[in-house]
Design a protein around this ligand. Structure first.
Ligand SMILES: C[S@@+](CC[C@H](N)C(=O)[O-])C[C@H]1O[C@@H](n2cnc3c(N)ncnc32)[C@H](O)[C@@H]1O
Ligand code: SF4
Length: 491
């Protein structure tokens, strides 16, 4: 059987990479290995460590406009692949206690740093699965936030959801409660439209339920929706991935997030990766990555948050503001905050988070203060990742500096390598830049930050376990192959 145009095109782009990669390396672009690549974007913890008690020492009252993130860690089921902070199913008493703890955390923040004065421009409910909560619990929590915080009347509001929590009568009630309480963007995790794959990765819904859930939500009034898909899954082939991309684009959501499967914690994913011979090999995963960029851009989507999230241009004004790297206050277990150059994270342990807040103490596990230069690096990377790219005028307004004089040599190198486009006003990632987003974005961090970060990821003990532990040795081999992908294709 001959291959489809999309697969053939992906193979052609892949073939061209063979000849280009050496040239890219000569231009000073160090190609990272595949498995570590995502980490440059996701795990970057810069700044000098500061004590939790100093997080709100002097600056917060100056913050005028911020965004709010609320983490709901519960899910109907713990999917085998998941790298988000999820506790799975919990007794109703714990869920109620968690909602009360979130409220206490808000009161604590108000007492500590007058958060009630900050204008909230965007709210993001993430998880876990926020729609694990009932319609009544969602109404109660949102009502509380509105009563205690200064949420702007036209604030954007995203809620993450899963298909099984948006179908049936309980699902309908939740959708109604969300709509009535100002949620104007729904982000649904679907992962795959193949029933065998869904079963294998521990999803509790079929492809049919996922499509009904999407359509129900759309009909209920959510005209601004995102669908999450995953590539690199066990039993996934190029043809199955193409079918997933086709179904997703035919549904025509405003947003599609196409994530490459990451295995972050081998111990947690033990049972899953023991079946490693079912995973697509490194070449196939790379082709899937190329296919998603090609298919989504062909279907009218453009970059929303590199490298995985795409949007239809008509949704640009509705971009969640946390995609732009703006000031954000995070509530709940494992939530991250970035306020006035300080980045901090709450405990990644449900009990520890709840006990701490209950005792009247913020549940901060890590905090770091960014220097001005580090803030500029971070914000430049966020601008490149975001939907608008780096606008020369905006950069100048933000930093009082000319982007070409600050980044000149690096920009020239990336333009020469075809990684970024430049229309004179705005710099953006090209399609090739999206594929090599990690290598491109790394250029905007200072050398010491990159070295520090490299040490952190290459010395990651839990990943080492993957290769050393005999139990995982076979999967280790397969994963090791995935790990070498990008470095591998430079040879
Ligand atoms: C917090 S979940 C929100 C959606 C909802 N909980 C669900 O799964 O239906 C966010 C998304 O992260 C992505 N994700 C989870 N684990 C991942 C992994 N190991 N690698 C890549 N993406 C992952 C999935 O696509 C998931 O839909
Ligand atoms: S993918 Fe979604 S539903 Fe599955 S465990 Fe993770 S957060 Fe929960």
């Amino acid at each position: 059987m001959s291959e489809s145009n999309l697969i053939e095109r992906a193979r052609e782009i892949r073939r061209q990479l063979n000849t280009e990669l050496k040239e890219l390396q000569q231009l000073g672009l160090e190609i990272e290995d595949y498995e570590q690549r995502g980490r440059y974007i996701y795990f970057f913890k810069s700044g000098s460590r500061i004590k939790s008690k100093d997080v709100f020492s002097s600056h917060i009252s100056d913050v005028q406009e911020i965004n709010l993130y609320v983490h709901i860690p519960f899910c109907i089921n713990r999917c085998t692949f998941c790298c988000c902070f999820s506790t799975g199913k919990q007794p109703e008493s714990i869920v109620e206690e968690y909602i009360n703890t979130l409220k206490k955390e808000v009161e604590l923040l108000i007492r500590t740093s007058r958060f009630e004065n900050a204008a909230i421009r965007y709210i993001y409910f993430g998880g876990g699965t926020p729609t694990y909560l009932s319609a009544k619990q969602l109404e109660d929590l949102i009502g509380f936030l509105k009563s205690r915080l200064n949420i702007l009347p036209d604030a954007g509001f995203t809620c993450e959801t899963s298909p099984e929590t948006t179908v049936g009568s309980a699902g309908k009630e939740r959708l109604q409660a969300l709509l009535e309480n100002g949620v104007n963007r729904l982000s649904m995790g679907i992962q795959s439209f193949d029933d065998n794959i869904l079963k294998r990765i521990g999803r509790k819904h079929s492809a049919k339920t996922a499509i009904s859930a999407y359509r129900n939500s759309h009909e209920a009034g959510f005209t601004n929706m995102n669908i999450d898909l995953l590539f690199g899954l066990p039993e996934q082939t190029l043809e199955k991935w193409e079918a997933d991309l086709k179904i997703a684009t035919d549904l025509n959501p405003g947003w599609i997030s196409s994530y490459r499967l990451r295995i972050e914690n081998p111990k947690m994913h033990g049972a899953f990766i023991r079946e490693a011979d079912l995973f697509p090999d490194k070449e196939t995963v790379l082709l899937m990555n190329i296919m998603s960029i090609e298919k989504l851009t062909d279907s009218g989507y453009q970059q929303a948050q590199a490298p995985h999230t795409f949007l239809l241009p008509s949704k640009l004004q509705l971009t969640p503001r946390h995609y732009l790297g703006e000031e954000e206050l995070g509530l709940g277990v494992s939530a991250r905050s970035y306020l006035d150059g300080v980045r901090y994270e709450n405990f990644h342990n449900l009990k520890r988070y709840m006990v701490s807040v209950d005792k009247g103490q913020l549940a901060i596990s890590f905090a770091g203060k960014y220097s001005r230069r580090q803030q500029m690096e971070r914000e430049t990377v966020m601008m490149f990742r975001g939907p608008k790219g780096v606008n020369r005028g905006d950069f100048n307004t933000r930093f009082g500096l000319d982007v070409d004089s600050v980044l000149g040599e690096r920009l020239q190198r990336l333009k020469k390598a075809g990684m970024i486009t430049d229309d004179g006003e705005t710099l953006r990632l090209s399609n090739k830049g999206l594929l090599f987003a990690v290598e491109v974005l790394k250029q905007f961090y200072s050398q010491d930050a990159v070295s520090r970060f490299k040490n952190m990821i290459y010395n990651n003990e839990s990943l080492k376990g993957l290769f050393l532990d005999k139990k995982y040795s076979r999967s280790g081999e397969v994963i090791a192959n995935i790990v070498k992908t990008v470095a591998g294709y430079a040879k």
